[in-house]
Write a protein that binds this ligand. Structure first.
Ligand SMILES: Cc1cc2nc3c(=O)[nH]c(=O)nc-3n(C[C@H](O)[C@H](O)[C@H](O)COP(=O)(O)O)c2cc1C
Length: 256
C-alpha cells in the first residue's frame, strides 16, 4: 500500500516559508500518481456530482463586484447547512520567491473596497504578505455550487481596527492569540500551554493588550471571478477586472 507521500516521486516540498525547499521540481518533470484511492472502499467516480442551479447571466450581475460579493455572501450565510459550518471560511493564498502557500482564514469584515481577515503578522502568511503584498482569496460554498475567486493587493488594517476586533474576541481566544508565535516550531503542546497560563496570570482582572504582531489585513480586489456550477460541467464564470482603481469594472464571461 502506498502512502500519499509516495505519490510525489520527483519533488519534495517543505512548507515553512522561512527556508527554501532543498529540492525543486524542474520544468518538464512529471509526477506518477498511483491510483491508491480507488482500490479501497471508495472511488473518485463515486464522488462525482452534478451541479444543478439556475445558472448565472450577465444580467444577474451587479456592475460592482463588491456588491455582487455582498449578495452571494449573504446567500451563503442564509443557506449555510448548519451551525458547524463557517461560510466566512476562505482559502488565502500568498507567495514569496516563487513558492505559493494556502491556508484557511476567516473573513471578518468587508466594505465596498476591502475584504478583511486577522492573523499573526510574523506567521508564514504574515511574512509573505509583508514581502509580497498580493494575495488570492477563494470562497467555496458547495451547498450553493458557487465559488468566488478574488485577487488583490494587501495592506495591514489600522492598529485601531485591529484593537477593536481583538477586544471583541472571547477572552480565551485573545489569550491564545497572545501566547502563540504562529507558525514557529513548538517543543510540545505544554510549552504553549505554559505561556498561555503565564499570560492568564499576568492579565488576571485586566484587559489583554493587543499583541504587537497581531492584527488585520485588508485585501483590495483587482480581479474577481464568480463561478456558478451547472449540469454537465457547463458552468458559468464571470470575471471582473479594471485597469486602475478608479476605472469602471470590465466584466467578461469565461469558458468553464
Ligand atoms: C476554519 C479555519 C479558520 C481559520 N481562521 C484563521 C484566521 O482567521 N486567522 C489565522 O491566522 N489563522 C486561521 N486559521 C489557521 C490557519 O489556517 C493557519 O493554520 C495559520 O494561520 C497558520 O498559517 P501560516 O503558517 O500559513 O501563516 C484557521 C483555520 C481553519 C481550519
Amino acid at each position: 500500500m502506498l502512502s500519499v507521500g509516495q505519490i510525489i516521486t520527483k519533488a519534495t516540498c517543505r512548507g515553512n516559508g522561512a527556508s527554501q525547499p532543498s529540492r525543486r521540481i524542474a520544468a518538464g518533470d512529471q509526477f506518477y500518481p498511483q491510483n491508491i484511492f480507488s482500490d479501497s472502499m471508495n472511488n473518485f467516480e463515486d464522488l462525482r456530482k452534478e451541479y444543478e442551479s439556475q445558472g448565472l447571466d450577465r444580467g444577474d450581475l451587479h456592475d460592482d463586484p463588491m456588491q455582487q460579493f455582498d449578495v452571494w455572501f449573504r446567500d451563503a450565510v442564509q443557506h449555510t447547512p448548519g451551525k458547524w459550518y463557517e461560510p466566512n471560511a476562505v482559502t488565502l493564498s500568498t507567495s514569496q520567491d516563487g513558492m505559493v502557500t494556502s491556508r484557511t482564514v476567516l473573513l471578518k469584515d468587508y466594505d465596498e473596497h476591502h475584504l478583511v481577515f486577522f492573523t499573526h503578522y510574523e506567521s508564514e502568511k504574515g511574512r509573505q504578505l509583508t514581502a509580497n503584498p498580493q494575495a488570492s482569496l477563494l470562497f467555496h460554498w458547495h451547498f450553493l455550487g458557487r465559488q468566488i475567486r478574488v485577487v488583490g493587493d494587501v495592506a495591514k488594517t489600522s492598529r485601531e481596527m485591529s484593537e477593536e476586533y481583538f477586544h471583541k474576541r472571547p477572552r480565551g481566544a485573545q489569550l491564545s492569540a497572545s501566547a502563540s508565535a504562529q507558525s514557529t516550531v513548538l517543543e510540545s503542546r505544554e510549552q504553549l500551554q505554559r505561556v498561555r497560563n503565564e499570560l492568564e496570570q499576568t492579565y488576571a482582572g485586566v484587559d489583554i493588550p493587543l499583541p504587537e504582531n497581531w492584527g488585520g489585513f485588508g485585501l483590495r480586489p483587482v480581479r474577481f471571478e464568480f463561478w456558478q456550477g451547472r449540469v454537465n460541467r457547463m458552468h458559468d464564470r464571470f470575471q471582473y477586472t479594471r485597469p486602475d482603481n478608479d476605472d469602471p469594472w470590465d466584466i467578461v464571461r469565461l469558458a468553464p
